[in-house]
Design a protein around this ligand. Structure first.
Ligand SMILES: *Cc1c(COP(=O)(O)O)cnc(C)c1O
Length: 375
């Protein structure tokens, strides 16, 4: 079976985890946590970085920092993972779901302004497949209405908008190191704080509502409970694992991009003949090869394609169901039909994409997809 994903190990993970354990400090905010945070600052210019136990946690921290109150409205694309919305729902927000573009799963910035009301507080652009949302448009609208922007950059490590790293443009950026992402630590995440005003409070929320970090830096002579918060910081063992991945980021990205390009080349004729749609990258976006997907012409066709590939031992998957139609939120949803979110929910298929996938396997997958459409 060619699985959809296979977590890649660089070889150094166990070594660094052993180093963390033998150092005698395995709780959070130690040497490896700082090394990871430093890596992100050095390589992407992020000003303030806090490692978290997941992207979901990073989003929850952002929701707390935006000071969401009962009834505040938060604009989130419907075609995304649950966490992009859930983190704000937990703080009492009402979610206003946005539609995707017709030819790109990202939030349609041209329709964004029509969703804004007096209660709107936050916009959550999700960089789907690591492809940038139109951040200039989004930031312009956010500035006009005095809104916060929380980038869900879970899939977007090492990807750029007009040369700016994703996660560095909004007030906050949230990354994931779940085992299905480009660089991994099993579960793991990162909160990037781009607005200086939030830096101090973020650290307190991160450390269970205490000013412990200030105490350890010698800025105060005792620490205690000063704010809300939770245990958002990962143990050193997780950060040690992640650090091994970060050291190999360039190699991992090169490998993934090779696979992505091979798929693109191998499937381009099927797209030209109108059988499928392939990802379209806007001029302002780069490709971090987080995912390779294609879009079928109907739900039935997608079901048959996935079945056909499974019969040939290839595991292809679909994922998100539109959140505005979810069991948890559909009754609360009062907005319009979201045609293009539903389009991607019904018709998008993700193909296997992981470091150790061989060119022969990719060719085999391409040949089976071609066979499905030509038979
Ligand atoms: C993976 C993902 C998340 C959740 O990340 P976790 O680290 O698993 O919490 C959130 N948003 C998007 C768009 C994702 O792809």
């Amino acid at each position: 079976m060619i699985t959809f994903n296979k977590p890649y190990l660089t070889g150094k993970e166990a070594h660094y985890m052993y180093q963390a354990v033998s150092s005698g400090k395995i709780s959070g905010n130690g040497m490896f946590t700082k090394k990871c945070q430093q890596y992100f600052s050095d390589n992407f210019g992020f000003k303030h970085c806090l490692m978290t136990t997941s992207c979901t946690d990073a989003l929850e921290m952002a929701a707390i920092l935006c000071d969401i109150k009962e009834g505040d409205e938060v604009i989130v694309p419907s075609y995304t993972f649950v966490s992009s919305a859930l983190a704000f729902v937990r703080e009492g927000a009402k979610i206003i779901f946005a539609d995707s573009y017709s030819d790109n799963p990202n939030l349609d910035a041209d329709k964004l302004e029509s969703l804004i009301t007096e209660r709107t507080k936050v916009i959550v652009p999700v960089h789907y497949a690591g492809v940038a949302c139109d951040m200039d448009r989004i930031m312009e609208i956010a500035n006009k209405y005095d809104l916060f922007v929380v980038e869900d950059a879970a899939q977007a490590v090492d990807s750029y908008y007009k040369g700016k790293p994703l996660g560095s443009i909004g007030h906050f950026g949230c990354f994931s190191f779940h085992e299905t992402k480009n660089i991994i630590s099993g579960e793991g995440g990162l909160l990037v704080i781009n607005d200086e005003r939030f830096a101090r409070r973020a650290e307190i929320i991160w450390e269970k509502g205490t000013n412990r970090s200030e105490f350890f830096r010698g800025e105060v002579n005792k620490y205690g409970w000063v704010d809300t918060g939770s245990s958002f910081l990962p143990s050193e063992i997780i950060s040690a694992f992640l650090y091994a991945q970060l050291e190999n980021l360039n190699d991992i990205q090169k490998q993934r991009k090779g696979i992505w390009n091979q798929y693109q080349k191998g499937l381009i004729d099927l797209a030209a003949e109108g059988h499928i749609e392939l990802p379209e990258l806007p001029d302002y976006a780069t490709n971090n090869a987080h995912m390779f997907y294609l879009v079928c012409s109907s739900l039935e066709e997608r079901t048959q394609l996935i079945e056909y590939l499974k019969k040939h031992n290839i595991q292809a998957v679909f994922h998100y169901l539109s959140l505005h139609k979810s069991r948890y939120y559909s009754e609360k949803y009062e907005g319009e039909e979201l045609t293009f979110a539903d389009k991607y929910a019904d018709r998008l298929v993700r193909l296997p994409l992981f470091y150790e996938l061989t060119p022969e396997q990719v060719n085999f997958i391409i040949s089976k997809i071609t066979e499905f459409y030509k038979k």
